[in-house]
Structures are given as structure tokens and as C-alpha cells.
Design a protein around this ligand. Structure first.
Ligand code: 6PG
Length: 240
């Protein structure tokens, strides 16, 4: 389903409302809400809105469990850290218990860190379906999502839930949820804004399937729901 907005501000408000709805539904059904946040710059405004009293007070943070869909392997106080961005924009402003916030810590050894994060997910989901209530994702101009980059070996992971990825440009190790694990989620929502993304949005949504070049095409939650939050500029090249 595509949700269309005039600009990033309106998109962020729509995404914040959606987050609140997903949290309420999950708590009503399962007594808790598990969400994997995305990095990149697009969701910052959504996180900032969720931190405002009018939004913040509509989420039961005591029953909310925060994870990440991907992380860059940098120090926790490095400005490139996805966890730091979400902490600054949202998590330090809301009463979520510290023990329910689970950044991907991927130093010093990304492969071991991937194994550790998967073990954490396994224990979190033990006794139930291993699926997030909500996963937020971004989309790179090259078709990547989370840290599933074109041509990366992680794209063909069938069994692991979390994988390490090395990206040469910029030179960085990363951790990412794998596509099969993302696809278990009840709901996945891409947040994409700006004209620079228009061509890749069209290719991913309407183009022929070519997931090794466009990893975002690997995301099709089954039996979950896929939502695209687009501003007019990002949706500008879509035919429908
Ligand atoms: C990351 C990501 C990545 C991001 C896209 C879009 O850590 O880089 O999680 O998948 O979501 O690159 O990023 P922007 O929102 O900055 O365009």
C-alpha cells in the first residue's frame, strides 16, 4: 500500500501516526510492541515528532521494545551511528525502559556481533512467532535497504536473521537484518522522501524484478503488510 504526502513534514506526521496505531494494535493483540528502527536521515523527523508530548503520550513505552534493522560499525558516539540518531531524536525523550532498547553493537567483530544480535532476537521471541510488529526501512538511491547492498553476500542469506556486510564505499562494516527475517514481520514500512529517490522508487515498485541490483525488491512480508510512505517528490516517477 502506498501512502502519499506533500512533503517530508507531512510524511513524518503520517508515519508517526502509523507507528502509534501499530503499537496500539500489537499491545492489544500481544501485550507488547516490538519495532526495528531504520537509520539514514529520512526517519529523523518522524522520531522527533514521536518525541513530542502530543504523540509521545499516546504510546505505552513501558511495553515497547526497540531494535534496529541495521547499523554502521562505528563507536556508539559516532555521528554515523543509527542508534545514536534515534536516541537523540526520540529515545532519550520518551519513558522507554533502558533494558528494552537494543542497539546493534557491532564492534569489534561484525560476524560475532551478528551472531550475538540473532541470539538476542531468539531469546526475545522465544515461545512465540519470531516476527517484529513493525520494521521501518529506508531506501538508498542505489536500491539498498537496511544494509542489504547490491551484490552483497548477505542478500542470499536464507537461514540467518542477522548478517554482517562490508561496503567499500564508504568503507564500513555494517550489521543488517536479513531479507527472510524482515519478511517475517507483521508490518514493514518504507519511509522515502525527495526527488533524488524518484527513479529508484519507480524501479523498485514498478520495474522488473532484479533484487541483486535492487535489494529493496527482496522485501515482501508474507503474510505481513508492506507500506510505502512517500512524499510527492519521491513518488514523482511512478506511473500509477
Ligand atoms: C543506513 C540505512 C539505510 C538508509 C538508506 C536511506 O544505515 O544507511 O539504514 O538503509 O535507510 O540509505 O537513507 P536516507 O534516509 O538517509 O536517504
Amino acid at each position: 500500500m502506498i501512502h502519499l504526502f506533500d512533503d517530508l513534514e507531512a510524511l513524518s506526521q503520517g508515519a508517526a501516526e502509523f507507528f502509534i496505531d501499530m503499537a496500539r494494535n500489537a499491545m492489544a493483540a500481544r501485550g507488547r510492541f516490538s519495532v526495528a528502527l531504520s537509520g539514514g536521515s529520512t526517519p529523523r523527523r518522524t522520531y522527533e515528532m514521536l518525541a513530542r508530548p502530543t504523540f509521545r503520550d499516546r504510546v505505552d513505552w513501558a511495553r515497547t521494545h526497540i531494535f534496529w534493522g541495521d547499523e554502521r560499525c562505528v563507536d556508539p558516539d559516532d555521528p554515523r551511528s543509527n542508534a545514536l540518531m534515534a536516541q537523540e531524536a526520540l529515545l532519550r525523550q520518551v519513558p522507554v525502559p533502558a533494558g528494552q532498547v537494543h542497539p546493534m553493537d557491532c564492534l569489534p567483530d561484525p560476524r560475532e556481533a551478528a551472531r550475538r544480535y540473532e541470539a538476542l532476537l531468539q531469546s526475545f521471541f522465544a515461545g512465540g512467532e519470531p516476527r517484529f510488529d513493525l520494521i521501518l526501512l529506508g531506501l538508498g538511491e542505489n536500491g539498498h535497504t537496511a544494509s542489504l547492498f547490491p551484490g552483497a553476500p548477505a542478500l542470499t542469506e536464507a537461514a540467518r536473521w542477522v548478517a554482517e556486510v562490508y561496503v567499500a564505499e564508504p568503507d564500513l562494516h555494517r550489521l543488517t537484518l536479513t531479507a527472510p527475517f524482515i519478511n517475517r514481520a507483521a508490518t514493514v514500512a518504507f519511509l522515502v522522501a525527495g526527488a533524488a529517490k524518484a527513479a529508484v522508487v519507480r524501479e523498485v515498485i514498478e520495474g522488473p524484478g532484479d533484487p541483486s541490483r535492487l535489494p529493496a525488491q527482496l522485501i515482501h512480508p508474507e503474510p505481513g503488510e508492506l507500506h510505502w510512505f512517500l512524499d510527492k517528490s519521491a513518488a514523482g516517477a511512478l506511473n500509477r
